[in-house]
Design a protein around this ligand. Structure first.
Ligand code: GRF
Length: 224
């Protein structure tokens, strides 16, 4: 196994269960990297405690301290740049980012969105899937571009929708897949297999389909 020398910053606003999945993936070696910094815009984010318990450096950049989105984003960029990271992960980060931030980390900035993108960008994805009568829901890891939840998909997991599901039931089914696919996609990046070009996302030099690579839970899929 190659030595762990790649560094990841993770941005959160709340619970941090995806952050926890990254911490565990780094511990087991299925993600060959180190979570070097966790940043939150919310000083009360539960995920900050998870990071501290794991001995990871944390920072709070509170959006309420900044007059504009751009000045907040510039402070975030400075904070992350100081940590010298290779990859930036948005994991339940509930602020809309401007080009100030996105251009600073373009091509090495990932997000996870709880829908089968391009369906349901934005909020309340599970309720929207139920309201539409969808038979499947899911989650997508994607590169971040300036279009909200609109950057090229990388990896997508599907779950069935049961007729009596509530949005909370669906969220619980989906989050289990989130914890599997997000570290997996990040590891592809860390291994140098995943790239973003003007034409879209590529894995191992092959163009990724518009809805991402379908996740296959029962296979190793690309030697994690
Ligand atoms: C997840 O559902 C993720 O898809 C969305 O925000 C939620 C974050 O959950 N972007 P957690 O804080 O990682 O538990």
């Amino acid at each position: 196994m190659s030595p762990v020398n790649q560094r990841i910053a993770i941005l959160i606003s709340g619970r941090g269960s995806n952050l926890q999945a990254f911490i565990e993936a780094c511990d087991t070696g299925s993600l060959a990297a180190e979570v070097a910094l966790v940043v939150s815009n919310n000083p009360a984010a539960k995920g900050l405690e998870r990071a501290s318990e794991a001995g990871i450096a944390t920072a709070v950049v509170n959006h309420r301290d900044y007059a504009t989105r751009e000045s907040f984003d510039a402070a975030l960029v400075q904070c992350i740049d100081q940590a010298g990271v290779d990859l930036v992960i948005l994991a339940g980060f509930m602020r809309i980012l401007t080009p100030v931030f996105i251009s600073a980390f373009s091509g090495r900035l990932l997000n996870i969105h709880p829908s089968l993108l391009p369906k349901y960008p934005g909020l309340n994805t599970h309720q929207r899937a139920l309201d539409a009568g969808d038979s499947e829901a899911g989650v997508t890891v994607h590169f971040v571009t300036e279009e909200l939840d609109g950057g090229p998909p990388i990896l997508q997991a599907r779950v069935p929708v049961a007729s009596d599901d509530t949005a909370e039931d669906l969220a619980q089914r989906v989050i289990l897949r989130e914890h599997e696919i997000y570290p997996m996609a990040a590891n592809w990046f860390i291994q140098g297999r995943l790239t973003l070009t003007e034409e879209g996302a590529y894995l191992d030099g092959k163009s990724i389909p518009a809805t991402g690579i379908p996740y296959q839970p029962d296979t190793a899929q690309g030697s994690r």
